[in-house]
Design a protein around this ligand. Structure first.
Ligand SMILES: [Zn+2]
Length: 64
């Protein structure tokens, strides 16, 4: 467990640039910087980040 998982990029005086990270479907995940990006993105499933069809098994009920 690393503190970087909860890194507050904007409050870290060493960090002058941070950005928002989105998954493959454009859903906001978290704010990251060069310090914590690796740790934070490691918390997510790889397919969430790379495969925009990761949620394609969503049940679609067609009860009219
Ligand atoms: Zn950070």
């Amino acid at each position: 467990m690393s503190d970087l998982q909860h890194h507050l990029c904007k409050q870290d005086p060493d960090v002058d640039y941070s950005w928002e990270e989105y998954d493959a479907r454009g859903i906001y995940l978290c704010r990251v910087c060069t310090k914590c990006v690796k740790t934070k993105l490691a918390m997510y499933r790889r397919d969430v980040l790379t495969d925009s069809n990761y949620h394609a098994d969503e049940p679609i009920e067609e009860e009219a």
